[in-house]
Design a protein around this ligand. Structure first.
Ligand code: GDP
Ligand code: MG
Length: 182
């Protein structure tokens, strides 16, 4: 019976990229087609059992709207981890993600673990075998472009679908691996 290591984690990114949906998938393994926008921020916790440790994620799911930007430092201050989310069908959302990363690398704790997550890949990936990706159109951020950016800035990188439950667990378990044993 190990005492869980508490990990403060913040989600950042443009409004409607799927931050709350990623948390809902991770915490409740659920998805809502018409998720209401987050006001201010929401707080949730989720335990994560690893081979050598148990983590308790204390998750701050922030609102993406610009009018809440001034509140963000309250949520990323002292955070050990951040998930910065963009939408693979919206190039501008990657620009916004990059500006969050810049702000985190300047202002947050120097050893914060940052993961970049390109969400909504269900909109651009073939659903059935043999179906062409281009048939779904929609992708505005090539995987390689985002991956190269993530490498350059020392971020973990994932593509996810909160809707289909693709890659979501991995975001949190890869972060968990990087959190030191206390
Ligand atoms: P947030 O503002 O970043 O918290 O975004 P939400 O989680 O509220 O999601 C915004 C909208 O995108 C909602 O209508 C969600 O149902 C939808 N959404 C979120 N994640 C996905 C996904 O992986 N795939 C698809 N197709 N839609 C998603
Ligand atoms: Mg939200």
């Amino acid at each position: 019976n190990i005492k869980p290591i508490q990990v403060k984690l913040v989600l950042l990114g443009e409004a409607a990229v799927g931050k709350s949906s990623l948390v809902l998938r991770f915490v409740n393994n659920d998805f809502q087609e018409n998720k209401e926008p987050t006001i201010g921020a929401a707080f949730l916790t989720q335990k994560c059992r690893m081979e050598d440790k148990v983590l308790k994620f204390e998750i701050w799911d922030t609102a993406g709207q610009e009018r809440f930007h001034s509140l963000a430092p309250m949520y990323y201050r002292n955070a050990q981890a951040a998930v910065v989310v963009y939408d693979v069908t919206k190039a501008a959302s990657l620009d916004k993600a990059k500006s969050w990363v810049k702000e985190l690398q300047r202002q947050a704790s120097p050893n914060i673990v940052i993961a970049l997550a390109g969400n909504k890949i269900d909109l651009v990936q073939p659903v059935d075998e043999g179906e062409e990706e281009s048939a779904n159109s929609g992708r505005q951020v090539p995987t390689e472009e985002a991956k190269a950016y993530a490498n350059e800035f020392g971020l973990l990188f994932f593509e996810t679908s909160a809707k289909k439950g693709v890659g979501v667990r991995e975001v949190f378990t890869e972060i968990a691996k990087k959190i030191p044993l206390e």
